[in-house]
Design a protein around this ligand. Structure first.
Ligand code: TYM
Length: 334
């Protein structure tokens, strides 16, 4: 008997140019599995307005992020590539799931605690209920797997809890999703403070490599990355800076830590950093070129966006209708 193809879903916020962390923790994995599964990938613009956005910049960030999905060769003809706000079922499902989520469990989300410190002047209700909207994104597509970086693990856990609670009340409405978090690259750290996650919202641009940085900028940032005084390339506790560069190198070359240690035995950090920089540049260059090509073809981009929204609407409406029927919303007889 032929088994049903597993479904994968993941989204990324259009809140600035993605970093090497986004690329290695999520986007690269998306393109690695785009052929193998039935996938839905999206631009999470509804999530992005939990912090203030400049309207003009925001519009561009959304279309650039969508162009990046196309540049990653995520197969728009086979998979669903969509912009979240163009698929109204997401906001509807988000509200429904808000009503099946407890205030106490939402209060435990570490991202909410961190972000409300970062944006103390705008601790809005959307920032708080963010994980319910995210749960809706996932459950609407009956996703089996959700490829994300380690920072999203807690959000996946609450999504599973919400889905189990809903299924417990109404029967099997939602597939319970599994996170797909890789061992290497799941948490790429800041280059200037390797105890902190690499983040596009970090005010210090030296702390992250943006995926659109020019080769000389990438080389400069990696060469000045914080390491330690041991001058020995090995993966070990307490060597956060070197461990981080080894993870980056491992993700882009496919080498294991043992192979990396052997390659740089007896060599200093200078040689190692140059090799990491060269490998990162080689990995990003084709993507940068393809992004330039796709983002200049507005007609193609908008056509894919429209078709993506239609496909997303078709699949997600089925789940939304099913959930609404179970709850008891009045529905017209066909
Ligand atoms: P976002 O936009 O912050 O990040 C997008 C993806 O990049 C991963 N990531 C990292 N991975 C490794 N190292 C890092 N330093 C690093 N920084 C970011 C994130 O884990 C994520 O996979 N809430 C999500 C967006 C979202 C979503 C969803 C994800 C909305 N709905 C449904 C999955 C399923 C977010 O803010 O990701």
């Amino acid at each position: 008997m032929e088994t049903k193809q597993k479904r994968v879903l993941s989204l990324i916020q259009p809140s600035g140019i993605p970093t090497l962390g986004n690329y290695l923790g999520a986007l690269k994995n998306w393109s690695d599995i785009a052929d193998e599964y039935e996938c839905a990938f999206g631009v999470a613009d509804l999530h992005a307005i939990t912090v203030r956005q400049d309207p003009q910049k925001f519009r561009k960030q959304v279309s650039d992020m969508y162009a990046l999905l196309l540049a990653l060769d995520l197969k728009p003809e086979k998979n669903i590539l969509f912009v979240q706000s163009q698929v109204p079922t997401h906001a509807q499902m988000g509200w429904i799931l808000d009503c099946y989520t407890q205030f106490g469990e939402m209060s435990r989300m570490t991202q909410f605690k961190d972000k409300s410190k970062q944006h103390a002047d705008n601790v809005n209700v959307g920032l708080f209920s963010y994980p319910a909207l995210m749960a809706g994104d996932i459950l609407l597509y009956q996703a089996d797997y959700v490829p994300v970086g380690a920072d999203q693990k807690q959000h996946l856990e609450i999504c599973r809890d919400i889905a189990n609670r809903f299924n417990g009340l109404y029967g099997d409405v939602f597939t319970i999703p599994e996170p797909l978090i890789r061992d290497t690259g799941a948490r790429i750290m800041s280059l200037t403070d390797p105890t902190k996650k690499m983040s596009k919202s970090d005010p210090n641009p030296k702390s992250y490599v943006s995926i659109f940085d020019e080769p000389n900028v990438i080389a400069k940032k990696i060469r000045s990355a914080v390491t330690d005084s041991e001058a020995c390339v090995r993966y070990a506790e307490g060597k956060d800076g070197v461990n981080n560069l080894m993870s980056i190198y491992s993700c882009v070359t496919g080498l294991t830590n043992e192979q990396i240690e052997a390659e740089f035995a007896g060599k200093g950090y200078g040689d190692f950093k140059n090799a990491v920089a060269d490998a990162v540049i080689a990995s990003l260059e084709p993507l940068q070129a393809e992004f330039k090509r796709v983002s200049s073809d507005r007609a193609y981009l908008e056509q894919c966006m429209k078709e993506g929204a239609e496909k997303a609407m078709y699949v997600s409406s089925k789940t939304l209708n099913k959930a609404m029927k179970k709850i008891g919303f009045y529905q017209f007889k066909k």
